[in-house]
Design a protein around this ligand. Structure first.
Ligand code: ADP
Ligand code: ASP
Ligand code: MG
Length: 404
């Protein structure tokens, strides 16, 4: 007998037939004698639809009220799935994030899980029930509802798996595992049989939506047995695991992120402390800065260029404009039509040729690189958004990832 946490994404629970498909799968694991906890996302495009609904009422609602709204999507799925399992004669109970004690910090819209009180789930499992939990939601210390950021149900699943010491955490989705690249961009991308936690953290953080990056960070921290697989087909998925038994590949995957904008502060006085001022202003507003480049401007002055998530562009520009005297820039310019394209692989740390090959692929595809950033296991470039998919294909091709 094992304790298994299964998470089903929005497409997998989108309608009646799919809900019953999930219910049958859950029942199968349950009747084999396993204890099963199921985490569900909102059905289909429900979360996007709720965001649109909110905008009809108020262009910029408070983040607290957005969380109150958005968490309802998951509650619909959890109750419907519980009803489907009742119909299949299974003992079942559905619980909200609050009921299972998912405690988070207060960053509405992107809250971090601080702790999960496993007691209620364990009690229900002991009574031989299947436990369905609403993904994506928690409560802060004031008992206000929070959400974990888009795609956050994966993180709910892994956090619960860690809290109840599950033997396995399965993430069921609409593709059969983790591929060398989003199969929607490159149809001949290859499914990977396994991938290391570190590579998966990079891919997920760099835009591969298949797993929420925090879920992989948690899985690494608690050494959770994590598997990504299809809810529609019966075939082996991808195992995400520690380094030891995974062959080191030069490049294991390519990711693309369109949620990026580039900001340039033009002609800043070349005196000490300017970068400090700029980036502390942004950090006080919780704005994540990614690639940073300082270069020579006009008349011996400096330009500072950096990227932020597009969703944070407006607040970044606003704070910099408000403090333009302090920042000391002549002008602030920005561009939303950019994307970050990245190659990830644990094997590239010791191989200097990878960057050159990647740049050659882009050159041959006539794609201009605006910025570059590297780490031990990844190389990212900023390109025009309209070039992003072609860039992904060119790099995927260059490293022969369709035939591994
Ligand atoms: P769910 O609703 O099940 O959480 P998501 O839409 O969040 O599903 O994630 C699955 C999607 O992630 C796939 O449909 C695929 O288009 C996309 N994706 C992006 N990069 C990858 C990748 N490297 N491997 C597999 N899927 C990827
Ligand atoms: N429903 C949420 C979203 O669409 C959470 C999730 O699907 O994981 O982002
Ligand atoms: Mg997802």
């Amino acid at each position: 007998m094992s304790i298994i946490v299964q998470k089903y994404g929005g497409t997998s629970v989108a309608d009646k037939d799919r809900l019953f498909n999930v219910a049958r799968r859950v029942k199968e694991y349950y009747t084999k004698g396993n204890k099963v906890v199921v985490v569900v996302s909102a059905q289909g495009d429900t979360t996007d639809d709720l965001i649109e609904k909110a905008k009809e009422i108020n262009e910029s609602p408070s983040k607290r009220e957005m969380d109150v709204l958005l968490n309802t999507g998951e509650q619909i799925s959890m109750s419907l799935l519980a009803m489907a399992l009742e119909k299949l004669n299974c003992p079942v109970i559905s619980l909200t994030g609050w009921q299972v004690g998912i405690r988070t910090n207060s960053q509405h819209g992107n809250a971090r899980i601080k702790r999960v009180d496993s007691e209620r789930i364990l009690r229900e499992l002991d009574q031989n029930k299947i436990v369905i939990v609403a993904g994506f939601q928690g409560v802060n210390r004031y008992d206000d509802i929070t959400t974990l950021g888009r795609g956050g149900s994966d993180t709910t699943a892994v956090a619960i798996a860690a809290a109840i010491h599950a033997d396995l955490c399965q993430i069921y989705t609409d593709v059969s595992g983790v591929y060398t690249c989003d199969p929607r961009i490159v149809p001949d991308a290859t499914q990977l049989s396994d991938i290391t936690f570190d590579e998966m953290i990079e891919l997920a953080s760099l835009g591969a939506q298949v797993l929420h990056n925090r879920s992989v960070e948690l899985a690494k921290k608690f050494n959770i047995n994590l598997e990504v697989l299809s809810s529609f087909e019966e075939k082996p998925g991808t195992i995400v695991k520690g380094d030891h038994s995974v062959e080191k590949m030069l490049v294991r995957g390519i990711a693309r992120d369109n949620d990026v904008a580039r900001i340039t502060l033009k002609n800043i006085d070349d005196t000490p402390g300017k970068a400090f001022v700029v980036f502390s202003l942004l950090s006080k507003k919780n704005i994540n800065v990614d690639i940073i480049l300082q270069s020579l401007g006009r008349n011996g002055k400096q330009d500072i260029t950096f990227t932020v998530p597009e969703s944070m562009l407006e607040s970044a520009v606003q704070i910099l404009n408000d403090e333009i005297k302090l920042v000391g820039a002549e002008e602030i310019v920005y561009d939303k039509d950019v994307s970050k394209v990245s190659a990830v692989g644990a094997g590239m740390a010791s191989n200097p040729g990878v960057a050159a090959d990647m740049f050659e692929a882009l050159y041959n595809a006539d794609i201009n690189i605006q910025m570059i950033s590297t780490s031990e296991i990844k190389i990212s470039v900023l390109v025009k958004q309209e070039d992003a998919d072609a860039a992904v294909r060119a790099i995927h091709d260059k490293f022969g990832l369709a035939d591994i």
